[in-house]
Design a protein around this ligand. Sequence first.
Ligand code: G3P
Length: 219
Amino acid sequence: MELYLDTGNLEHIRSGMELGFLDGITTNPSILAKEKKAPMELLKEIDRIVPGKVWYQVTGRTAADMIREAREAASLCKRPVIKFPMSMDSLQALHAISKDGIETNMTLVYTPGQAVLAAKAGAVYISPYLGRIDDVGASGLAFVREVREMYRTLGFETKIIAASIRGTQHVVDAAKLGVDAMTMSYEVFRDLAVHPLTEKGSRQFADDWEALLGESGTI
Ligand code: G3P
């Protein structure tokens, strides 16, 4: 399973990349806007830190604008994944960009019909937004299950990246479903790593060790 941090915060990106096992960084216009920097400059900075994939979402309204923007963003990254927000223009632009040999993602996919079109257009990934689907009283996980079954039946290799992950339970549920990839905020990622009993146990081990070794600290 591929694992990404969904952030444009350079401090969080550095901290995540130091771990060494993450697959890269996903972004979207809202995430980049939070950093209040020129987007293409920020993208270059992110790519300097990240050895893996860097995901950039186009903002153009027409297919021609999206294709131009996608090519520019892709030229700034070692392993770009270009995101398109689901629309007719995006289907056209995504298809053209995938023909260039650049990896693509269709985002804001909320129906099985959209998921079929995205896969047919050549999307390497689609990103269902678990949290936003749950927000409107439906089930993000049920949607992922439906798309996964549909892709299996049709033989599409398009990967499903679970996004809009709001907490650790979303991560566990998506993992049980066997998603191909996940992206989450730095905060959710950090929450996954901790547990009060782990903290308590670590403290106890440290105290016992210190009591044994005393001041010398020699093993
Ligand atoms: O990856 C999608 C994510 O950035 C959206 O998350 O919490 O705004 O629905 P959220």
